[in-house]
Structures are given as structure tokens and as C-alpha cells.
Write a protein that binds this ligand. Structure first.
Ligand code: MD6
Ligand code: FE
Length: 204
């Protein structure tokens, strides 16, 4: 892989979860969805709908609405607390994050054929030094990693089902996004699509 401007602190574990582990994790995710339905967030100010649908697990969930981005303890539609973070994800965090405290938020991003996620920095956490750990399930995505400035050069590469990404160190503040998802590239998720699970420590 080409070196990105901020490859310090960026780690990719291709195939970190085998097919059995992917299926078990997907089951754990799907079991929690009825209690925290996937919804379509809107962008702050403009109110334009995002193409990625979302929900959360954990004591805090990341939400975006007309007011802005924030973490909150309850689902915006149901008003219920988010379901617990599945145990295999807590174990993964212990194995790869190097962070002493457990994650508080697991953002669930659900991608269909036309979904993309623009270049962004994960910056809504008070725990700015804690790494962010993500797991991909289902269809392959084209991930783009840039630098500390929006206009920094970028590299792009595929994220397949079972791949784990860690953004720590300098890469924790790097721009990144999803250009697109390759429909039909995985049979894991019934009906197709991609689910990305992003684990974060929010409070210090
Ligand atoms: C995605 N991932 O893979 C979007 N953020 O669908 C992210 O935005 C992300 O993969 C922080 C750390 C790892 C990530
Ligand atoms: Fe991100």
C-alpha cells in the first residue's frame, strides 16, 4: 500500500475476523437492531439526508441532525438507551486499541449501493488521543485516507469483510472517507450491502 501523508498510527489488519467470526458478529448486530432501528441521519444546517444509514451500540451514540454532531445516550427516534456493544467487539478493542478504558460508542454505518461517506475527521470525542477501531462486514468498500488537511494528498484502498482498521497517533486526526461500496462483492449480509462498526472512547 502506498504511504499516506499520515500513515503514522494507521493500522490495517486484513482478514482480522474469519468468516465464522464475521457471521457471529453480524448475528450480534442484527439481534440488536430491533431495539435500535437503523435510521437515515441528516447533515447539520442543510438538513440534507446522508446516504449512509446509522444506529449505535454502547452508553453513547454518535448522531447528526440539523443542530449538529454530538454523542447522546439515547436513540433519537425511540428515546431508548442504545443496546450494549457486542462482546466480540470489546475483545477486539482490548486486543488492538492499546487503550486502557473500554469503548463507549459503537457507531453502526449501513451502506447500500449508492452510499458514500465524504472525507471527514472523527473529532467529536473528548478522548482525542484514544484510537478509533473499525470493523467492516459485507460488501467491499473503497476507503480513502488523507492527511491532516482536507487538501492533503490521499490514498485509497479496499476494505473487505473482516478487515479491521485502527486510526491512532497522528492518523487519529487524518481525513478519511468511503468513496463507494462494491455491490455483490460479499455474501455475508443477506440482501447485500456493507456494515461498518466504529468503536470509540468518547469521554476522558
Ligand atoms: C467506514 N469509517 O468504514 C467509515 N473512522 O464505513 C470511518 O469513518 C472510520 O473506519 C475512524 C476510524 C476508522 C474508520
Ligand atoms: Fe471516520
Amino acid at each position: 500500500m502506498a504511504r499516506a501523508p499520515t500513515s503514522d498510527g494507521f493500522r490495517l489488519y486484513p482478514g482480522r475476523l474469519d468468516r465464522t467470526a464475521q457471521s457471529a458478529l453480524l448475528d450480534a448486530v442484527m439481534r440488536r437492531i430491533p431495539a435500535a432501528p437503523v435510521y437515515q441521519p441528516v447533515m447539520p444546517r442543510s438538513g440534507a439526508p446522508m446516504t449512509v444509514r446509522m444506529t449505535n451500540f454502547g452508553v453513547l451514540g454518535w448522531v447528526s441532525d440539523i443542530e449538529g454532531y454530538r454523542y447522546q445516550p439515547r436513540h433519537p427516534d425511540t428515546g431508548d438507551p442504545w443496546p450494549s456493544i457486542p462482546e466480540p467487539l470489546l475483545e477486539l478493542w482490548r486486543d488492538v486499541s492499546g487503550w486502557p478504558q473500554p469503548p463507549e460508542a459503537c457507531l453502526v454505518n449501513v451502506y447500500g449501493p449508492g452510499s458514500r461517506l465524504g472525507l471527514h475527521v472523527d473529532a467529536d470525542e473528548d478522548a482525542r488521543d484514544a484510537p478509533v477501531v473499525s470493523v467492516s462486514l459485507g460488501d467491499t468498500a473503497i476507503f480513502r485516507l488523507g492527511g491532516l488537511a482536507r487538501r492533503s494528498p490521499t490514498v485509497s484502498f479496499r476494505l473487505s469483510s473482516g478487515d479491521v482498521v485502527v486510526l491512532g497517533g497522528e492518523a487519529r486526526r487524518a481525513f478519511h472517507g468511503i468513496d463507494r461500496v462494491i455491490s455483490g462483492s460479499s455474501t455475508l449480509v443477506s440482501g447485500g450491502g456493507r456494515i461498518n462498526l466504529t468503536l470509540r472512547r468518547v469521554t476522558r
